[in-house]
Design a binder for this molecule. Structure first.
Ligand code: FE2
Length: 323
C-alpha cells in the first residue's frame, strides 16, 4: 500500500510518501517566521503556491507516480484554519482524481505515532512538545483506545514560549533552536517555576525572562529560561511515568529537536530503568511523512471516517487508536 500524506497545519508544508510502513519520501517548504510570528493568511498563500512542487518532489523521490497512490492523508487539525485548508483541498483533489480513500489525520497523533512507529514501543508514556502544545500522554482503553492526557500546559506551549523569547531577544531565526545555541555556556539566574501535579504553565516564565533581558547577559537568560522550562517538563513527565509504571518514554513534537531536553529526559528515564526514544529531527519537526504513516495505520486498522473537514481545535483524546 502506497500512501501520500500532506501536513499544512502551521508554517511548514510537508508531503511524505510511505509504502507498507517504510518512508519513501519526506519533502517540505517552510514559511519563514518574522518578528510578528506566523501570519496564517500569508503562510497559507505560500503553501498554496508550493503544494504542486512539493507533491511532485515527494513522488519523484519515492519513485512513484500519482496514479500508484492507494490513499491520501491530510492534517485535519489542530492548526491554523487557512493553512489546514490548503492541505485538505490538495489531498481531496488528489484522492478524487485517483478515486482512492481520503484519510483525515490528527496532527498530534501523527507526531507521536511516527515516533512510536520507529521505537516499536507498545505502550509508552509520551511527552509531546510543540509550538502550540505541551502534553504528557499515554494510551488507555476506556470505551475506546486513545491517548489520555495526564498533564498539559495551562496556557501556552513550550515551543511558542521559546519562540516568543527568541523574538524578544532579537535572535535570528527567532526559534527555540536559536535559544538552545545561545544558552550554551550560560549561567543560571532565578526564574519562576510552575508545576502543579502533572500540569504546568509557561507564561509567567516567559514574562519574567523578557523582563530579565534588561540588566542581564542575554546568554544567561536564554540558559535560565530553557533549563527552567525543561526541568518543569521533566518533573511532570517523571511523575506520570512513576504513576503509570511505563517501560518506554517517547519524546515527540517540534521541541523534541532540542538536544538538551532529550538529554535531560534520557537521564531521568534511565534512572528508573525506562527506555527513552526520540525520532530523527526531520520527523520531530512538522512533516508530511508522519501524516502518511498514520493514514496508512488508520486504513489498515479498518477505521472509516467520512468527515473530511478541518478542525482547528481537534483534541488528541477524541481520536481512536485502532492499532
Ligand atoms: Fe507539529
Amino acid at each position: 500500500m502506497i500512501v501520500l500524506g500532506i501536513e499544512s497545519s502551521a508554517h511548514t508544508l510537508g508531503v511524505g510518501v510511505v509504502e507498507n510502513g517504510r518512508i519513501l519520501a519526506n519533502e517540505k517548504e517552510m514559511y519563514q517566521i518574522g518578528d510578528s510570528g506566523i501570519l496564517p493568511a500569508k503562510a497559507a498563500d505560500l503553501h498554496a503556491g508550493n503544494i504542486g512542487n512539493v507533491v511532485s518532489r515527494a513522488l519523484s523521490n519515492a519513485k512513484c507516480t500519482i496514479n500508484e497512490l492507494d490513499a491520501v492523508g491530510y492534517t485535519k487539525g489542530p492548526g491554523l484554519g487557512p493553512c489546514l485548508r490548503v492541505g485538505q483541498l490538495a489531498a481531496m483533489t488528489i484522492a478524487k482524481e485517483n478515486d482512492v480513500p481520503l484519510v483525515p489525520v490528527n496532527h498530534a497523533v501523527a507526531h507521536i505515532e511516527v515516533t512510536r512507529h520507529f521505537a516499536k514501543a507498545k505502550d509508552p508514556l509520551v511527552l509531546y512538545v510543540s509550538g502550540g502544545n505541551s502534553q504528557v500522554l499515554g494510551l488507555v482503553n476506556s470505551g475506546f483506545k486513545h491517548y489520555h492526557i495526564y498533564g498539559e500546559t495551562f496556557d501556552i506551549g513550550v515551543g511558542n514560549m521559546l519562540d516568543g523569547f527568541a523574538r524578544a531577544a532579537k535572535l535570528n531565526p527567532a526559534w527555540g533552536s536559536s535559544v538552545e545555541k545561545l544558552a550554551v555556556g550560560g549561567h543560571y539566574i532565578n526564574m519562576p517555576y510552575s508545576v502543579k501535579g502533572m500540569d504546568f504553565t509557561f507564561t509567567g516564565l516567559l514574562t519574567h525572562s523578557i523582563k530579565a533581558l534588561n540588566g542581564n547577559d542575554k546568554k544567561d537568560v536564554a540558559y535560565s529560561i530553557q533549563e527552567t522550562a525543561f526541568a518543569m517538563l521533566c518533573e511532570a513527565t517523571e511523575r506520570a511515568l512513576l504513576l503509570n509504571r511505563k517501560k518506554d518514554l517517547l519524546l515527540s513534537g517540534g521541541v523534541a529537536q532540542s538536544k538538551r531536553l532529550s538529554g535531560m529526559l534520557d537521564i531521568m528515564a534511565k534512572s528508573h530503568g525506562v527506555r527513552f526514544h526520540v525520532a530523527q529531527n526531520q520527523y520531530n519537526a512538522d512533516n508530511g511523512a508522519m501524516i502518511a504513516v498514520v493514514a496508512e495505520k488508520i486504513l489498515r486498522s479498518g477505521i472509516v471516517n467520512h468527515d473530511y473537514s478541518i478542525d482547528q481545535k481537534y483534541r488528541i483524546d477524541s481520536v481512536e487508536i485502532g492499532w
